[in-house]
Design a protein. Structure first.
Length: 258
């Protein structure tokens, strides 16, 4: 998986620097972008994975329905370029994400930012690695007023302003800062790295979460849904990932409060 992500990343990095890219919009939504590079990378990754495991299913952002059911049998779930809008504008928070899901549970994953050259990878029961070295998260507690949060409010279904009311509630919480980096897989990766203390988002798709969930868990962090359950249903489009359960619960209390 790392080799495939690295090769795909090489192509992303090559096109990243171009100011003018071939961009289309999806489903008439001018905030949902796709480039020729997204499509090329998805085909490349799919062909490579099929050559390795011809019978395993494949779900990819550019060729699958966001509401596709996740099978019980092994399935690769990939996002060829997470952070497409960043890619289009040359903001270096982008990632290629390849997750392996078995029994609807993420069991292996790779997230690679080819611009920052950060390769996160994990296999269930075998820990997490950053650029080949073991990555172990410091899960000790810290007060919210020393935390860095990350989130995103996408225009999913034209509900950006509605979603923004969630942040209203957070504005009163004295955290160090709340960052919107526009790339869910890398934001989740920053939780695994201990850079961000928590990432939460409603509107995520399975390909935004599949690889990152196992990466965070294997690093030692927690990933729950908005009800606080740690069985992540990849079709539920939501997660709260944090350094530890105390922080996850504190953020859940805030975003779920009416
Ligand atoms: C999106 C980005 C964004 C997040 C969305 C994702 P895309 O992925 O990760 O930060 O808020 O939920 O769908 O469209 O750039 O691959």
């Amino acid at each position: 998986m790392e080799r495939i992500a690295r090769e795909a990343g090489g192509v992303i990095a090559e096109y990243f620097a171009q100011e003018h890219k071939s961009v289309s919009i999806k489903n008439g939504d001018t905030t949902d972008l796709v480039t020729e590079t997204d499509q090329w990378v998805e085909t490349f990754v799919r062909d490579q994975l099929r050559a390795f495991k011809p019978d395993w299913a494949f779900i990819g952002e550019e060729s699958s329905d966001p509401d596709v059911a996740i099978p019980m049998d092994p399935v690769w779930i990939i996002d060829p370029i997470d952070g497409t809008t960043n890619f289009v504008h040359r903001l270096p928070e982008v990632g290629v994400s390849i997750g392996l899901v078995v029994g609807q549970i993420p069991v292996a994953g790779v997230v690679f930012n080819p611009i920052r050259k950060q390769m996160l990878s994990a296999v269930q029961g075998h820990g997490c690695r950053l650029n080949g070295s073991p990555l172990v998260l410091d899960t000790s507690d810290r007060p919210l007023n020393q935390c860095l949060l990350m989130t995103q409010f996408i225009n999913y279904g034209g509900q950006r302003s509605q979603r923004f009311t969630q942040i209203d509630r957070l504005l009163d919480v004295p955290v160090h800062a709340i960052r919107f980096i526009g790339c869910a897989t890398m934001a989740l990766g920053y939780v695994a790295m201990g850079v961000a203390d928590c990432y939460f988002e409603r509107g995520l798709k399975a390909w935004d979460m599949a690889a990152a969930v196992i990466i965070i868990r294997e690093a030692g962090g927690v990933v729950v849904d908005y009800s606080g359950a740690d069985h992540i249903d990849l079709t539920r489009r939501e997660c709260v990932a944090a350094r530890n359960m105390t922080i996850a619960k504190e953020i859940l209390d805030v975003v779920n409060s009416s």
